[in-house]
Ligand binder design. Sequence first.
Ligand SMILES: Cc1cc2nc3c(=O)[nH]c(=O)nc-3n(C[C@H](O)[C@H](O)[C@H](O)COP(=O)(O)OP(=O)(O)OC[C@H]3O[C@@H](n4cnc5c(N)ncnc54)[C@H](O)[C@@H]3O)c2cc1C
Length: 381
Amino acid sequence: MDFTLSDEQRAFRDALAAFARDRLAGDYAGADRRGAFRDGLVREMADMGLIGLRIPTEHGGQGADALSTGIAAEEVSRADINAAYLILLPSLVAEVLVGAADQVQRERWLPAIASGEALPCFCLTEPEHGSDAAHLSLRAQRDGAGWRLSGEKTSISLGMGAHTALVFARTGEQGARGISAFYVQLDDRYVARSPFEDLGERAIGRASLAFDGHPVGADALVGGEGEGFVRCMQGFDYSRALIALMCLACAQQSLEEALDYTRQRRAFGQPISRQQAVVFPLVELAAQVRGARLLCYEALWRKDRGMPHALEANMSKWWGPRLAVDACHQALLTFGHAAYSEELPQAQRLRDVIGLEIGDGTAQIAKLVAARHMLGRELAP
Ligand SMILES: Cc1cc2nc3c(=O)[nH]c(=O)nc-3n(C[C@H](O)[C@H](O)[C@H](O)COP(=O)(O)OP(=O)(O)OC[C@H]3O[C@@H](n4cnc5c(N)ncnc54)[C@H](O)[C@@H]3O)c2cc1C
């Protein structure tokens, strides 16, 4: 494996670092307080090509590889992990659409996603079916040439603000084979949205979406009937590595800020950086963050080469968010009382990364999938 970034990837990373520092970091706390991004952010990120990173160039996107998209999500997350969702969600939805939709559908849907006019959400979880998504019950029933969607999705990131949704619905028998995917223009006459009051990630937010016979055309079906669950899991094999990178970027930022603080803060007549008890935990976490980041890069690098990457992505999804919580927590403690408030970003980062220990699959589910790859389905838990 060669993880040396190309000149192009390095230039891209530098440009994004500048954007994150100059245009995102200053509003990280403000967006959290408002529960909304500042006006114009979506447009700005779309104009930079960030929302359509994974969308092919012929459909208005950047046609970026998975690793470059991961680097982008990382750089943006350093300043604002919520803004990185504006890379994550369109990338995940586009992943499924590019893989499963036909040419006519791709031409109709993808340019609007890339331009930010059709911000998508990803609707899998239901009140009674979270980890056990294969048994979801939201129903798609045939209605003339099209379908009607009835049932509730919950815990949907960007659920209040999204214009479109990739909805996983039951069209057939119980279990994974009876699930199909639909790409839907959300019509609020048929969807009742209710927001959550969350611990973190408030700018992106989560919502429940109750579908009440929402009509969709025959051409809303993505791929064949019964293909939805497999497409969803293939998408997760990608998004789980991105999510881990987003969390690790928060960890990296907090660790750097904490180390910097140890140089400046004096106690007992010397900088606290002179205390092993202060610095060694930060060093240990920094080493682990580097290791975990490489695992994420490996998952994306393998994906870019068409190699199996589910094991690496699921390992990353357990390790990255967990480690980020530990690192953000340790960084917060390093600042003492000053970080136990919203004046510094440490507390918000900790609140934000905890959400991604759950979102897109919990640690237990990520380990379960990894175990299946290591042991085989019959012997795994
Ligand atoms: C910040 C955030 C963003 C989210 N965004 C989205 C989104 O955009 N779209 C979407 O569809 N969903 C989203 N979710 C929902 C998320 O994917 C689910 O919450 C998650 O899959 C777990 O489902 P659950 O909460 O119903 O927990 P449950 O499935 O009820 O699990 C409860 C607990 O039991 C454990 N558990 C369950 N089954 C097993 C098992 N077989 N072995 C071991 N442990 C098990 C779980 O790990 C968990 O700790 C989001 C959640 C959060 C917190």
